[in-house]
Design a protein around this ligand. Structure first.
Ligand SMILES: Cc1cc2nc3c(=O)[nH]c(=O)nc-3n(C[C@H](O)[C@H](O)[C@H](O)COP(=O)(O)OP(=O)(O)OC[C@H]3O[C@@H](n4cnc5c(N)ncnc54)[C@H](O)[C@@H]3O)c2cc1C
Length: 402
């Protein structure tokens, strides 16, 4: 029958992992999710993009698992009849100062084997793809796609149940105790013993790590991403996805235009420090979370390095014309009134080291029978099925008793 395996987290990574473990017949699987529904946090509050792997340093987990994950998600959507729209992405250099960074994206994308990549020089070639965009050059990735990650998670959860797995929503794991190679899991409903636990706890992943005495570093620094929806009458300004050339010093991609599977067009997300782990607006404040971030040893170094960008992002969040001005660089015809409504924000779980650095790659730790996913920011939704295989190969099978 295999091991008794517990998973913390009913986001796309936890559910993809539960499904993969069951498909391989590796044990009895129980998923604990603290919310009443699945995909309540990052998975259900993101841009819905299946990344093709343009940005990531070649050879990293992000680069490898994004490429494999894109194909896995594409095939899964085809198998289940879920929407998967290859709308394509343009990364646009608006002026000549951005050309070196665009060339670096092109180099990485080529090294990562991004399919059907094209370099477009000059406005005419850009406009052949996106008729309203402005810029001097771009990289086009036609295989970048739009999906509904909540629908994908729910379909995978259905597979988990059909394969005999158990998904317990509304059950927060509040205590973990390692005891002679097993792990005792405590929720308000009671205690249960497992042979192995894998935590995919997103915004809470450092707190869960502390429950088993793991190193508190990296800590999670919550970064909110806010979106505006384009007015329905103006969604024809964008055919697919239009992205800026990202700032290489920062792990986020910059405000972009994204057409979703349901034909809505979003502008965003920005990246502002959230004042609570699940702080979806400026009004959501957790004094404990904010205090823990402020007194983290790396806080000073991070503030010194990124204060200018931080102030810029915060002012854009509070003052609509500043957000609009950024967006209009890519589509000069955009009017302020086209940014019609603010829509649901998301909060990214970004791992942050003691020295103030923001961890770039996916990161996994092992403490006895407990595997901890410590950094799974974007593109972890794209990569989810490949992350599941990676965890199984390198942590579950590597430590499976004969
Ligand atoms: C604004 C934004 C835009 C993004 N855009 C994209 C994109 O376009 N493409 C892409 O690939 N990625 C994108 N991402 C990243 C992507 O959403 C995440 O990397 C991915 O969803 C991570 O999945 P997860 O399952 O690890 O985390 P989550 O979805 O956050 O799930 C973790 C779950 O664990 C649960 N949990 C935590 N602690 C406990 C506990 N103690 N007991 C029980 N349950 C617990 C939480 O309630 C939560 O449901 C974006 C993220 C954000 C925030």
């Amino acid at each position: 029958m295999g091991e008794r395996i517990a998973i913390i987290g009913g986001g796309i990574v936890g559910i993809a992992l539960a499904r993969a473990l069951l498909l391989r017949g590796l044990g009895e699987v129980t998923v604990f999710e603290k919310e009443e529904r699945l995909a309540a946090h990052q998975t259900g509050r993101n841009s819905g993009v299946v990344h093709a792997g343009l940005y990531y340093q070649p050879g990293t987990l992000k680069a490898r698992l994004c490429a494999a994950g894109r194909i896995a998600i594409r095939d899964y959507c085809a198998e289940k009849g879920l929407p998967y729209r290859e709308l394509g992405k343009l990364v646009v250099a608006v002026d000549a100062s951005e050309l070196p960074a665009l060339a670096e994206i092109e180099r990485r994308a080529t090294a990562n084997g991004v399919p059907d990549l094209a370099r477009l020089d000059g406005l005419d070639r850009i406009r052949a793809i996106e008729p309203h965009a402005a810029g001097v050059a771009a990289v086009h990735s036609p295989r970048t796609a739009a999906v509904d990650y909540t629908a994908i998670t729910e379909a995978m959860a259905q597979d988990v149940r059909s394969l005999g797995g158990s998904i317990r929503t509304g059950q927060e794991v509040v205590g973990l105790q390692i005891d002679r190679g097993t792990v005792r899991v405590r929720t308000p409903a009671g205690e249960q013993v497992f042979d192995r636990l894998i935590a995919c706890a997103g915004l809470q992943s450092d707190l869960v790590a502390r429950l088993v005495g793991a190193d508190p570093s990296p800590k999670i620094l919550p970064f909110r991403g806010e979106y505006w929806a384009l007015a329905a009458a103006r969604t024809d300004l964008v055919r697919g996805m239009i992205y800026p050339v990202p700032d290489p010093r920062f792990p986020f991609l910059g405000v972009h235009f994204t057409r979703g599977v349901h034909n809505d067009v979003h502008v965003g997300p920005n990246a502002v420090p959230a004042l609570a782990r699940e702080g979806y607006s400026w009004l959501a404040v957790s004094p404990r979370d904010t205090w823990q971030s402020l007194r983290w040893p790396g806080a000073g170094a991070l503030a010194r390095q990124h204060w200018r960008m931080g102030l810029d992002e915060i002012s854009g969040s509070l003052v609509k014309p500043l957000y609009y001005r950024k967006a209009r660089r890519f589509i000069p015809e955009l009017q302020m009134s086209d940014l019609a409504t603010k829509t649901a924000a998301g909060v990214r779980a970004q791992a942050w080291g003691r020295d103030g650095t923001l961890l770039d790659d996916f990161a996994v730790d092992q403490v006895g029978p407990v595997t901890l996913l410590r950094n799974a920011p974007s593109p972890a939704a794209t990569s989810s099925m490949a992350i599941a295989e990676h965890v199984i190969e390198h942590y579950v099978l590597a430590r499976m008793p004969e």
